[in-house]
Write a protein that binds this ligand. Sequence first.
Ligand code: ADP
Length: 192
Amino acid sequence: MFGPPGAGKGTQAKIITETRGWPQLSTGDMLRSAIAAGSELGRKVEAILAKGDLVSDEIVIGIIAERLDKPDCAKGAVFDGFPRTIPQAEALDRLLAGRGKKIELVIELKVDDAILLKRVEQRIAEGHSRPDDNPETLKNRLAVYYKNTAPLLAYYKGQKKLVTIDGMAPIDSVTKAIAKAIDMAGKKGWFG
Ligand code: ADP
C-alpha cells in the first residue's frame, strides 16, 4: 500500500487483512508499539517519529525481516508504510526472493495535499490523532514522502506492478477498486 501520510493506507490494509487473511505489516505500527513498550528500539526511534523523519533503513529492514519469518506470512502479506526508500524496496525484493516470494501488486492511493491536511485536522478534532499528527509535522512527513518515497512509484511502475487508485473517493469505493485490482492481479497469475 502506497501513498502519502493520511491517504488511507492503514484503513484499507486492515480491510484487505480481514477479507483476504494476509497480515498487515505496518512499520509505523511496529515502531509505535516499540515506543509504547519502552524498548531500546523504541527509545532510539521516538524523537525521529515525533519529527516525522524517516527511521534508518537498517532498523526498518531488520524489523520487517524478522516479521516475515512468522508463520502467518506464509501465504502473503500487506505492506503498509514499507518500503519507503529505494534501498528498502531493494532489500525487500531480496528478502522475498530468499523466501521464494515477490511483490505481486503495488497500490498507490492518490490524495491531494490540501485534503490530507484536512484529514489530519479532523483526526485532531475527533481526538484520535497520534503525536505526529499536527500540521507542522505533517508538512515534514509530506516533504519526506515526496523526496524519498514517491520515487518508488517509478521503481514499481517499471516492474509493471503499480495500480493507482483515487484515494479521495469514499472509503467503500476505494475498497472496491482495491479488491478489483487484487482480483485482476490474481487472474493474471501474479498470485501463483
Ligand atoms: P504515515 O504514513 O501516516 O505518516 P506511518 O504510521 O506509516 O505513518 O509512519 C509513521 C512514522 O514512522 C514515519 O513518519 C517514520 O518516522 C516512521 N516510519 C514508518 N515506516 C518507516 C519506514 N519504512 N522507513 C522509515 N521510517 C518509517
